[in-house]
Design a protein. Structure first.
Length: 255
């Protein structure tokens, strides 16, 4: 007996469900976005309905739209599976981003790398406490060391401004894809959204968050004791709803 593994498709040629057009629209929206401000795109679909396949085809569309190397966005697939706590997640995220940028732009390699490192170290030294929609930094006990030089290096606002400046100089779109959010635990889902909330306003960065809206809404409602759907809408600026698969299409495939 032959078995077919449950793997996402990679190319439009493998698409039996007629979703290549939708994927193309998603890829085009990412490619054609020319705003300097950060952008958060949500890809919503039920668990197991092919969101990863859509993303794979959208990435291929971006590559097809690209006319030269300068035009091609830097694409990072961030997998938030192996982390112990929220602070570890932040470091994992910035290390992944630093590694990706250094491979793609040797000219600004050292400058980008240093700016990312300085900001991630400053973030790691502070605990960010939510206060009515905003975040206030509190120095962790491990970082409460006297010395002017150390405290200057821990200037969160200054390191953030420097990173924003470097990213503008880079003048290149950075697409960060976070898939399978609905497969995380409730606390991990909360951490991912807090991560995006903290770094979503960096210039030239586009986030693509793929998830089952119902699963994530319930998780955020439980851990925050608020309306999870409203929380999602505050983070995600452009929603893409995965089109429902018609039964007639499935019947045709099976027959």
């Amino acid at each position: 007996m032959n078995y077919s593994s449950d793997r996402p498709i990679e190319t439009e040629k493998q698409d039996l469900l007629g979703r290549s057009r939708f994927s193309n629209q998603l890829g085009k929206a990412i490619y054609e976005y020319n705003g300097e401000d950060g952008l958060v795109i949500g890809l919503f679909g039920k668990w197991g309905t092919g969101k990863t396949s859509i993303i794979n085809m959208a990435v291929n569309s971006i590559k097809e739209f690209t006319t030269n190397d300068t035009d091609m966005p830097i694409i990072l697939r961030f997998s938030p599976w192996n982390y112990s706590d929220k602070d570890n997640l932040i470091l994992l995220f910035f290390n992944s981003l630093k590694s990706k940028l250094e491979k793609n732009n040797k000219k600004l390699k050292r400058k980008v790398g240093k700016a990312l490192s300085d900001y991630s170290v400053a973030l790691d030294a502070f605990s960010l406490v939510p206060m009515i929609g905003n975040w206030i930094p509190l120095i962790k006990s491990s970082a409460q060391i006297t010395g002017k030089k150390l405290m200057q290096n821990l200037d969160l606002d200054k390191t953030k401004e420097n990173l924003e400046k470097v990213l503008k100089e880079l003048n290149k779109k950075i697409v960060i894809i976070i898939d399978d959010i609905d497969r995380l635990t409730n606390s991990q889902i909360r951490d991912i959204f807090q991560l995006v909330k903290q770094v979503a306003d960096f210039p030239n960065i586009i986030y693509v968050l793929a998830m089952d809206r119902d699963v994530v809404t319930r998780a955020l409602t439980e851990v925050h004791n608020i309306d999870g759907n409203e929380y999602i809408e505050k983070i995600i600026q452009i929603p893409f709803e995965l089109p429902e698969l018609r039964k007639s299409k499935l019947n045709k495939i099976f027959l």
